[in-house]
Design a binder for this molecule. Sequence first.
Ligand code: SF4
Length: 196
Amino acid sequence: MTELVNENPFQLVIATILSAQTTDKMVNLVTPKLFARYPTPFDLAAADPAEVEAIIKPTGFFRAKTKRIIAASRTLVELFGGEVPGTMEDLLKIPGIGRKTANVILGVGFNEPGFAVDTHVIRLTNRLKLVSTRDPEKIERQVISMVPKEEWTGLSLRLILHGRRVCLARRPRCEECVLNDFCPSSTTRPKGGKKN
Ligand code: SF4
């Protein structure tokens, strides 16, 4: 959200579906082979599931994910002429794509601002007291009302990366966090600083 390697919106859609319950790194290991074999939605829509399963197996839940990426490709072919649509409304018609993923695709694939809310964004926006809810749709609405549209995609990406690397779920690394000076949830303050 993305550290998924992709060359076009179709690859981003498929890689994002594959990224459920695994790491972007793992997805990036299988996608070169997958997209070399099935470069377009038309190819993947007509794929033999057993072949797809063998390629994506390392990402886990490979049978369900195979069904999802083939179904998503069929929808792209049947509803959108093989193109990934560029609106939230249409993206939500693709099986396996929820608001979070649609926002990533809009932001990364189309340069359309979108504020994707994943587990890291839920945690960080609450720790930073930007919101006081765990409901992704409410968080999306509240945060986008606070920041300019052109910041939505970048802010979401930065929160996700910060959540992955610094503000970890169990043991946030507050001592080395750039937000430590003003974060209401900091567990520590740098030398000379004051803890709330
Ligand atoms: S100061 Fe700590 S709790 Fe606050 S954002 Fe940084 S790592 Fe997270």
